[in-house]
Design a protein around this ligand. Sequence first.
Ligand code: BG6
Length: 480
Amino acid sequence: MSKFPKDFLWGGALAAHQFEGGWDQDGKGPSVADVMTAGAAGKPREITTTVEEGKFYPNHEAIDFYNRYKEDVALFAEMGLNSLRTSINWTRIFPKGDEAEPNEAGLQFYDDLFDELLKNGIEPVITLTHFEMPLHLAQTYGGFRNRKVVDFFVKFAEVVFERYKNKVKYWMTFNEINNMMDYTNPIFLWTNVGVQVEEGENAKEVMYTAAHHVLLASALSVKIGREINPDFQIGAMVSHVPVYPLTAHPKDVMLAEESMHLRYFFPDVQVRGYYPNYTLKEFERDGLNIPIQEADAEILAQGKVDYLGFSYYMSNVVDHKDENNDDEAANVHGKIPYQVDNPYLKASDWGWTIDPVGLRYTLNRFWDRYQIPLFIVENGFGAIDTVEEDGSIHDEARISYLREHIKQMGIAIDHDGVELMGYTPWGIIDIVSFTTGEMKKRYGMIYVDRDNEGNGTMERSKKDSFDWYKKVIESNGKDL
Ligand code: BG6
């Protein structure tokens, strides 16, 4: 018998801004992602004020899913996916974010897409926003540092919940809502909440202010969603990178424990419905003035999520004796204070450690802490693929990464008794990388002929992992 429940969601995950393209088609407005240039490992993406001539913005065309979605959905169906996680591009629905009426052409696109998925037996799993805030809201209102933006988001949520209430059951509010805990790297505050820290500002205070507003927006949306359709399952979505102590030295253990607050703050609020004491103490200790209003406690309490979605790619290690610790030394994906290499693990070409057991550990920590269903909505191996002369792509390293992680999921379900709803590996088809903007950092089981500079035919082809994953799904996780 399979270790996986019979209705397990086997899918793939994507984000509108990373694969749709069509950035200005049918009335879509520019989003925060549309002013991010291409970077590379060690070379941060630039955030420009407008779309500047002569600069390359890889998300504008991405992989042109907007115009090719039928062909791609047919491939997803052939692979056997029973679910697909993607996001609704906020600026297709509200191009500037503060309009009174939504853009019908944008709404129609998602109607057509969800119909196409459902026709093919694929359940849509929808993130309300995955780094796609309208640029206008970021530039005119200061993003989520401004409480007014909460209303704009909630209106957007209400419009799409109402429109798709009979087509979509599984929702998540904000993608990787906790990325902004690394406020030393501008990309995270920008993509999470449309915020840029000005010189002389207290960055931590700005971050927690925006965090508070985004948590309110999430909670209010959950409440409205439930009123629109009580059968909705609305989850949180956090990026989870567990932090291990380097040694058994109690100072390392305690440092790792405290570092985990970076990971737990958002889900603690979204799952439990109130601020954890360690954060309230931090506000006190650092003299942070966060505009929390009296009625907010009730909002947070009423907007608790039904499940916890999370991404898992790697783990971190901290060493209390690390003398090179420096907050400012954050790399492209965000290093945490006191972070050192794990001597036991290998890493990808982008320095992301490969740690399948860390996934079982994470599932256990979350399950013990929250006791609500868990959903792995991102996991995968970003790597350079080689296309052979005959067009085949032998991505054995990707298969091995996924296989080992799925094995650990099986153990977490079967041995530890964790309740796991599904698994949607990241970038099921090659897309633009979020942190670097590159195409060559590929996660897909479907290859897309496009390079870092935007050259290529956009033609799709199957990698070896395509048939492998199909077998995994057909056997409900037995045939690995
Ligand atoms: C997560 C994001 O951080 O990881 C995705 O939710 C992102 O948007 C994914 O693409 C992988 O990161 P990257 O930088 O390799 O694309």
